[in-house]
Design a binder for this molecule. Structure first.
Ligand code: ASP
Ligand code: MG
Length: 437
């Protein structure tokens, strides 16, 4: 590769770390402190719960309903943070930018253009155009906020779409790695050569070769940070969160959750697979491939070491508890009370794949076959349409799937006590069970 970018670290800041002006100033202080150790690429998420709000707005707009109330609330939320941020920046540094209302209006304009434009696109494509606005607004405000700590010449903002090239699988786009590597290296090397200490970009967003905006899937900013780090062969990635690091359970549900100081890539991928929500599941692979360490640290306590995820061996971790809600249990039996055969299974798997129902657990008994899936009513209808003629299909919804990874007798006892287990399964390292909560 042409441009080497030595010593660069990538920081990802999620929605909670930029949810209001105080949080944004906290981010700026962390960046100031850390920048003494070398250049940083900052990847940001949309502010607070903006992405959820944009999804609702898009849904309304697409159906031709009135989204003005929701949109006005979202505008005011950003304007409020924007104004508070700008009030803290020395006037001289703001001169190149003009008033915040103007800056944000430029981004907000996308809405009207989209819903009232002549070229109405398919639902999923339109979703990416609208829902990505959250990251664009956030990156803009954060770029301006960093002027509280840095000179304008030290900060460069790079639009993610000009670096991260994807295909057009809307809402879950696939990365064109060679092209993304080329574009990212070129852009970042140029920024650093021009004297940038801090580069700001958006998470979650990519762009097709013909210039249309794509997204990487919900919570995809972690993945963006890993993609950029891979392309730049970065020194490390740090994900800044509102928890102290990678924990054995969600501390909101389990007060005795413990922090893992050091975890292997492999173990982290497995936790993400079972549904641990701390890191987007696609994040680890690119980092593991280039041996780039991942730190998970708390933006509320930046002096604490957090968790280091890298290529290492460690003794078995304390049991990890992972809870997946919104699960459906679907059972298939053949109509003539025959055993479920391999031929039957082939048909069932084919139908599940076609309906894009993701299997989290399966179990076979004499006369039936059951799967636990992330439930979705529309997908379930597709499945029934395909299989109801051939099988007796029964299903339950609103269930929770618990996984205890590295379980022991005490953790199983504690978690299952007093619960009715609809289904359970045990391997050497994991214990899983399904309950109605
Ligand atoms: N803002 C997007 C979401 O909430 C992406 C991200 O936060 O990682 O899904
Ligand atoms: Mg988010």
């Amino acid at each position: 590769m042409s441009q080497e970018v030595p010593g660069l670290r990538v920081f990802k800041f999620g929605g909670a770390s930029v949810k209001d002006a105080a949080a944004v100033f906290n981010l700026c202080r962390i960046v100031r402190q850390e920048s003494t150790r070398g250049p940083l690429l900052i990847v940001v998420s949309a502010m607070g719960k903006t992405t959820n709000a944009l999804e609702r707005i898009y849904e309304l707009g697409y159906r031709g309903e009135d989204y003005l109330v929701e949109k006005t609330a979202l505008d005011s939320y950003h304007l409020l943070i924007g104004r508070e941020v700008l009030a803290a920046v020395p006037a001289i540094r703001l001169q190149p930018f003009g008033p915040i209302d103007g800056i944000l209006k430029y981004h907000f304009a996308a809405f009207a253009g989209h819903f009232h434009g002549k070229h109405k696109v398919e639902y999923d494509e339109g979703y990416d155009q609208i829902v990505s606005i959250g990251e664009r607004l956030s990156a803009k405000i954060i770029q301006l906020a960093l002027l509280t700590e840095f000179e304008g010449s030290e900060i460069v903002s790079l639009v993610a779409g000009t670096m991260l090239r994807t295909d057009d699988t809307w809402r879950e786009s696939r990365v064109d790695w060679p092209e993304t590597e080329r574009l990212t290296r070129q852009a970042v090397a140029k920024a650093l050569a021009a004297g940038a200490k801090i580069i700001v970009s958006e998470g979650f967003i990519g762009r097709t070769a013909d210039g249309r905006t794509t997204t990487l899937g919900r919570e995809g900013s972690d993945y963006s940070a890993a993609i950029f780090a891979y392309c730049l062969n970065a020194e490390s990635v740090t994900i800044w969160k509102d928890v102290p690091g990678l924990l054995s359970a969600d501390p909101k549900l389990f007060a005795d959750a413990v922090l893992y100081p050091e975890v292997s890539y492999q173990e982290t991928i497995e936790m993400a697979y079972y549904g641990a929500s701390v890191i987007h599941p696609k994040t680890i692979r690119p980092l593991a491939e280039r041996g780039i360490p991942l730190y998970v640290r708390s933006f509320l306590d930046p002096a604490a070491p957090g968790t280091l995820i890298h290529d290492c061996r460690h003794p078995p971790l304390a049991p990890a508890i992972i809870r997946k809600t919104g699960q459906g249990l679907i059972s298939f039996a053949s109509k003539d009370f025959a055993f479920i055969s391999e031929e039957n299974l082939e048909v069932i798997f084919g139908a599940l794949a076609a309906a894009r129902l993701k299997i989290n657990l399966m179990q076979n008994s004499a006369l039936s076959f059951s799967v636990v899936v992330d439930f979705d009513a529309a997908r379930m209808r597709m499945l029934l349409a395909r299989l109801a003629g051939q099988f007796r299909v029964q299903y339950n919804t609103d269930l929770s799937l618990f996984t205890i990874k590295n379980y022991d007798a005490a953790s199983v006892e504690k978690l299952t006590a007093g619960r009715v287990l609809l289904l359970e399964q045990r391997t050497r390292s994991t214990f899983q069970f399904l309950v109605r909560e």
